[in-house]
Design a protein around this ligand. Structure first.
Ligand SMILES: Cc1cc2nc3c(=O)[nH]c(=O)nc-3n(C[C@H](O)[C@H](O)[C@H](O)COP(=O)(O)O)c2cc1C
Length: 404
């Protein structure tokens, strides 16, 4: 789109990002380059190879081959793989590709406003970073770099229980609020989890995500085939107290099969923060989640990493939205790679979306800058898709934007 004002070489802060006057016009990629440069940064010609590699990426798919070159074989297999035959991974993408868009022309799209509010938190755009384990596999700074990159792009970052850095290090790097993900709420772990909950609250996390779709591990054949294991020193302080270093053999989590609705009630009794259940595909489960007191739902098949042959999460979204009937916000993740995917998800009733693998590849390619660039590209594509379909703000996105 013509007429864009690049942001004068400064990084985009949370405040800037949420200022609608700053998000009104898009000029793809030129602005990204400017937005990423800090005054203290070396000139492009002096930058290390990682930056040059990151600069070559113009869409989310470009980051994967770049990341593959930088990651260990184990790390690449761990991040990119899914369960069993990886049919669900494939379907997550194919389902988005099959949805077609219906444009509306001659609408005033001079200003595009992507702001959304979730649980009282205003966000400059509806793209969040999904909880993903072990960021130090992708970058030495791990979740600290992710938090910095997320903030620079105005994205809320959901820190995983399997984080390899502590909140005392992550929180100061984050200018956008963090959320925190919990896995295992079995009775025998509650004393430990209560401590984690308190720590997350103390460091300003604004919501808890409870992942409910992984009571046991999926058949992660590609990871099983790799002879390597987790590198030494890869501690996960919010999941295992002991050092999860060399010699720890996947499966990663083991069984937590006795984790039921009662555990969600327990969590609700020990925190006042919103509790959001992640990994719901069945509308009846969504209904029970709302009745139990969940503040939100994430429709997700765990990026195809748990139960293979689950349908695409975008195909599961609408029945869940219908069942929930506006009682709580519904979010979705799985296979979101394009701004048009974000538009489609919102058209089908999602309030926001999360991405997983793409930002891990960004992290591997270029640390915090890579994470920010992934989010910024997706956001700019989303703004373009809104403009090109005649939808100037989030409220104007509904099912009529789909070609059916
Ligand atoms: C390497 C990796 C680790 C993950 N770890 C977790 C986790 O610890 N907790 C969780 O709830 N989901 C986890 N997920 C799933 C993501 O939260 C998210 O549902 C999924 O990545 C979305 O699909 P996408 O990668 O296609 O965007 C992980 C995904 C990946 C790729």
């Amino acid at each position: 789109m013509p007429g864009s004002k690049p942001e004068s070489g400064a990084r985009q802060t949370q405040n800037q990002a949420s200022d609608p006057s700053r998000i009104k016009r898009v000029r793809p990629h030129a602005r990204l380059e400017a937005a990423e440069r800090r005054p203290s940064d070396p000139k492009p010609s002096q930058r290390p190879n990682s930056h040059q590699a990151g600069a070559a990426a113009v869409c989310l798919a470009d980051f994967e081959p770049l990341a593959k070159k930088r990651l260990s074989h184990f790390a690449y297999e761990y991040i990119s793989s899914g369960a069993a035959d990886e049919l669900t991974i494939r379907w997550n993408r194919e389902a988005f590709d099959q949805i077609r868009l219906r444009p509306k022309v001659l609408v005033d799209v001079e200003k595009i406003d992507t702001r959304v509010t979730l649980f009282g938190q205003e966000m400059p755009h509806p793209i969040l970073l999904a909880p993903t384990a072990r960021h130090r596999l992708s970058h030495p700074e791990g979740e600290v770099a992710t938090a910095r990159g997320a903030s620079d792009a105005g994205a809320t970052f959901v820190v995983a229980s399997l984080s390899t850095r502590r909140l005392q290090d992550i929180a100061p790097a984050a200018k956008s609020p963090l959320w925190f993900q919990l896995y295992d709420l079995r009775k025998e772990r509650r004393e430990f989890v209560r401590g984690v909950v308190k720590e997350a609250e103390q460091f300003g996390c604004r919501a808890f995500i409870v992942t409910v779709d992984a009571p046991v591990d999926g058949a992660r054949n590609r990871v099983q085939r790799v002879a390597e294991q987790l590198p030494p020193g890869m501690e996960t302080p919010y999941y295992q107290k002991a050092n999860a270093g060399a010699g720890v053999v996947l499966p990663i989590m083991g069984s937590m099969g006795s984790f039921t609705w009662e555990a969600v009630e327990w969590l609700l009794s020990v925190t006042r923060l919103p509790v959001v259940l992640k990994g719901i595909m069945n509308p009846d489960d969504a209904d029970q989640a709302v009745r139990t007191g969940a503040a939100g739902i994430i429709v997700s098949n765990h990026g195809g990493r748990c139960l293979d042959t689950l349908p695409a999460s975008i195909n599961a979204l609408e029945p869940v939205v219908q069942k929930v009937a506006g009682r709580v916000p519904v979010l979705v993740d799985g296979g979101i790679r394009r701004g048009t995917d974000v538009l489609k998800a919102l058209a089908l009733g999602a309030k926001a979306v999360l991405i997983g693998r793409p930002y891990l590849y960004g992290l591997a390619v270029n640390g915090a800058e890579g994470v920010a660039k992934v989010v910024n590209i997706l956001r700019e594509e989303f703004q373009m898709a809104m403009a090109l379909t005649g939808r100037p703000d989030i409220r104007s996105i509904d099912r009529s934007v789909l070609w059916e």
